[in-house]
Design a protein around this ligand. Structure first.
Ligand code: B12
Length: 488
């Protein structure tokens, strides 16, 4: 017999301060809704983690939902453990389903930790969770539901993996109506980092064909890229512009320009429809040429983000990045020439790295004149290709990254760089030589002055200024500027 059941999708309270849409659950939510499964997303924003958690607990007690879906990345496994315990103690009938990267990469970790879940969804979740809910409602056999794992006789059983969704156009847009879009649309510096603009991230494809050793993202969407059609992408852009009065968008695709033709098609279609947007995107230096860079810039690109990772070819090989500094230098030169802001994501503490590699990276970043740079610290989260992965017992400490304790742990156990300086000292050194608002230091170095200009160069971009003048959010820009810090 079919019954109406209550479905609650929960964003862990650890994200209460992140101004980034919980896209995973928003896709799950809209898909379920499109199939007639009513559901809600619990996503409490702008309050402390504790307060957010208390609100989640209150809702659980109040609603006693039939199904709870929780999303989980590696650093959230403890809070997810705690939530499951609470749910089972206060609403024992609730069926708990956990999905997201950590469930997909490390399902065993959930049983090892004694987490009180009922089902794990491995990988892309939309169809799997719908079929699971249907099967449970109809009291069918869950053994036939592809893409899930569950405990049977004390052991983790993994069903046959599910094939990826062939036609991404069939997915409804994320459930913007289920989250606080007023909060997410506030001008911020996290979408097109660090450009202060009302903007959020959308995806137009899934998957990445590359196999960088430090990345775990393939565990969810695999290595074959699946694209939404240009028509679908444009419809999505039209929808968000019409509904949310945002001033820009960020394309979160792993490598936005993996199909050059599709990029031309998307923006030509936007032009035909007379839709103008400012945007940021991320891609790889080997997936661009001058013509495409110019095309992007002429079609509203404010900034392009690159995973440069290192200024040492030896390290790029170790990472299996499949780029080299010559390629990066060529693209940086074009960006400078056409005055397109370019942002470098760098990575330190990679196995095999020496002080010499660090110096090469620093010099490279300076020489290339990137407008912004972030020095990321490699941590071996589960799903990366290197043999050493994070000891799950260390998660409690790692969960608080970037706390003092987390850095101590990295230093004592997960320091892969072969140099005597500590990771934290190294970061300080790198940032103080490449401007970052967080590491504001008075210095007479010429690079410093140049990099201040580079960091805020968007302010001198006429397109940015015009957008602010046109924006319906003018007052919000001013008010929030005082409220928000420039931390990333
Ligand atoms: C944007 C992003 C961030 C943002 C926002 C994260 C957020 N929590 O919203 C920021 C910068 C804050 C961030 C931080 C971190 N991130 Co991050 N992040 C991403 C990124 C680039 C995109 C995430 C996204 O929006 N995906 C789009 C949505 C639609 O996909 P999805 O969430 O995976 O959801 C799908 C499935 O997973 C599944 N699903 C997800 N949840 C659920 C729930 C249920 C019930 C079901 C059934 C299914 C399901 O179905 C969805 C649709 O198919 C990914 C890489 C990637 N491409 O996925 C890394 C990634 C998720 N991050 C990662 C990591 C490690 C982190 C940090 C721990 C880094 C750090 N050192 O602090 C922190 C954790 C902070 C936190 N509490 O979330 C790793 C996770 C690896 C792992 N083993 O868990 C990834 C995969 C990056 C990588 N290259 O390795 N991140």
């Amino acid at each position: 017999m079919k019954m109406e059941k209550e479905i609650l999708l929960i964003v862990p309270p650890t994200r209460s301060y992140t101004q980034r849409l919980p896209l995973g659950l928003m896709y799950i939510s809209s898909y379920l809704e499109s199939k007639g499964e009513k559901n809600d997303i619990l996503d409490f924003k702008g309050i402390s983690n504790d307060l957010a958690y208390n609100k989640i607990k209150k809702k659980i007690i109040e609603i006693k939902p039939e199904f709870v879906g929780i999303t989980c990345v590696v650093s959230e496994v403890n809070i997810v453990n705690d939530m499951c315990e609470f749910i089972k103690n206060n609403s024992s009938e609730t069926i708990i389903v956990i999905g997201g990267p950590h469930a997909s990469i490390c399902p065993e970790n959930f049983i090892e930790r004694g987490i009180k879940f009922d089902y794990l969804v491995l990988g892309e979740g939309e169809i799997t969770v719908y079929e699971l809910i249907q099967t449970l409602k109809e009291e069918g056999n869950v053994n036939n539901v592809e893409g899930i794992a569950f405990i049977k006789a004390g052991k983790l059983v993994k069903n046959k993996p599910r094939e990826m969704i062939h036609n991404l156009d069939e997915l409804p847009f994320p459930a913007y109506d289920k989250v606080d879009m007023k909060y997410y649309c506030r001008p911020n510096v996290w979408a097109i980092r660090p450009i202060y603009i009302s903007s959020f991230m959308i995806f137009t494809s899934r998957g990445c064909p590359y196999n960088c050793n430090f990345c775990a993202a393939h565990a969810v969407w695999g290595r074959k890229v699946r694209f939404m059609s240009p028509e679908r992408v444009v419809a999505h852009i039209e929808y968000v512009i019409k509904n949310f009065d945002i001033d820009a968008l960020y394309f979160g695709d792993e490598s936005f320009t993996v199909s050059k033709q599709r990029i031309y098609d998307i923006f030509n279609l936007l032009k035909r429809k007379n839709i103008k947007i400012l945007f940021g995107c991320q891609t790889r230096v080997n997936l661009l040429d001058e013509e495409l860079l110019k095309f992007l810039k002429n079609n509203g690109c404010l900034q392009i983000d690159f995973g440069i990772e290192s200024g040492s070819d030896r390290m790029l090989d170790i990472m299996n990045k499949q780029t080299n500094i010559e390629m990066s230098a060529k693209i940086a030169k074009i960006c400078r020439k056409i005055k397109l802001r370019h942002f470098a994501n760098m990575l330190i503490n990679v196995p095999g790295e020496t002080l010499d590699d660090i110096e090469k990276s620093l010099q490279f970043v300076k020489d290339m004149g990137y407008n912004s740079v972030i020095w990321n610290v490699y941590c071996p989260v589960p799903g990366v290709n290197w043999e050493i992965t994070l000891d799950m017992d260390d998660l409690d400490t790692f969960n608080n990254y970037p706390s003092k304790e987390a850095f101590e742990l990295l230093e004592s156990k997960y320091k892969f760089g072969k140099y005597k300086q500590s990771i934290i000292m190294m970061l300080d050194y790198l940032y103080s030589n490449t401007f970052h608002p967080k590491h504001f230091k008075l210095s007479l170095q010429p690079y410093y002055y140049r990099s201040i200009y580079q960091s805020i160069s968007y302010v001198f971009d006429i397109r940015y200024i015009l957008q602010l003048v046109k924006s319906k959010r003018k007052m919000e820009y001013i008010i929030n500027l005082f409220k928000q810090s420039f931390s990333m």
